[in-house]
Ligand binder design. Structure first.
Ligand SMILES: NC(=O)c1ccc[n+]([C@@H]2O[C@H](COP(=O)([O-])OP(=O)(O)OC[C@H]3O[C@@H](n4cnc5c(N)ncnc54)[C@H](O)[C@@H]3O)[C@@H](O)[C@H]2O)c1
Length: 264
């Protein structure tokens, strides 16, 4: 029996990277998957490729979530995966400063709008869409940056910390209501996806830059989106029925030792 048999799962930011890998893994495990993204063209193409349905969803927009809720009043699994660092570009000149002294309020808010507001709206949608059955799994993609300070990406780090904490509020709220709606966070570090492209660039020095980025990672390599997806499958499945409010790190051992901050 596939591990997500008869489950309906919605994944945000599923057009590429970790979201696409999670959507693919869920399909492989027998789930009916609604892949969503702000990028409709790439999202629809990815959904068609893996055998999922596609819906456009900008996670920052309440009206978009309402439209999703109207179409899918009941779901079993939600993955709040959509996220931005604030360094996606393209920029007119150098990327903007995101350190605590120079970051602009607009840049701070833009990152929080997607990462924290988007996760709050997603959790609210999911609790309502799971309440009738009284069971479900909400998986929030935070980051190792939600567990340690990142001086040059302060907005990203704070927003990911907000996701970690909100996960626990949601978990406790649902448990207190007598609902078997579980909520957990995943904390990846250095997973090779398009998110890194701006920072790694191309050309002959790329391999060197890649190696430098993971120099402080005990396993000395980037992780893969499929490795993160495997954790999401576990949390989505009934095998994780006793797991709620917890955080799972997938970081090549980075947080096992010192608080080194690669690139920072
Ligand atoms: N790649 C890593 O090393 C890493 C590490 C830690 C955490 N994460 C987190 O994992 C998640 C996925 O990261 P990724 O590396 O696959 O990123 P990515 O940039 O490759 O993909 C992000 C996806 O989110 C979509 N998106 C952006 N803004 C959106 C919005 N407002 N509404 C809906 N969709 C939106 C994009 O179109 C894109 O398809 C993010 O939350 C990220 O912060 C990634």
């Amino acid at each position: 029996m596939p591990r997500l048999h008869q489950k309906t799962a919605l994944v945000t930011g599923g057009a590429r990277g970790i979201g696409a890998a999670i959507a693919q893994a869920f399909v492989n495990e027998g789930a009916a998957v609604i892949l969503t993204d702000i990028d409709s063209e790439a999202g629809a193409a990815m959904a068609a490729r893996i055998g999922a349905d596609f819906l456009p969803l900008d996670v920052t927009r309440e009206d978009d979530w309402e439209a999703v809720a109207a179409q899918h009043p009941s779901i079993d699994v939600l993955v709040n995966n959509a996220g931005i660092t604030g360094f996606e570009g393209p920029f007119d000149g150098a990327p903007p400063a995101h350190d605590p002294e120079h970051a602009s309020l607009a840049d701070w808010r833009a990152v929080h709008a997607v990462n924290s507001d988007g996760t709050f709206l997603g959790c609210r949608f999911a609790i309502r869409a799971m309440r009738a059955k009284g069971t479900g799994s909400i998986i929030n993609i935070s980051s190792r940056s939600g567990l340690v300070g990142i001086p040059m990406a302060a907005a990203y780090a704070a927003s990911k910390a907000a996701i970690r904490n909100h996960t626990k509020s949601v978990a406790l709220y649902c448990a207190a209501q007598g609902l078997a709606i579980r909520c957990n966070s995943i904390h990846p570090a250095a997973i090779m996806t398009p998110m890194w492209e701006m920072m790694l660039g191309d050309g002959p020095d790329r391999a060197q830059r890649e190696a430098a980025m993971v120099a402080d990672t005990p396993l000395k390599r980037f992780g893969s989106a499929e490795e993160v997806a495997a954790l999401a499958v576990l949390l989505a499945s009934d095998e994780a029925a006793y797991m709620t409010g917890t955080e799972l790190n997938i970081d090549g051992g980075l947080l096992a030792g010192s608080a080194a901050t690669p690139g920072g």
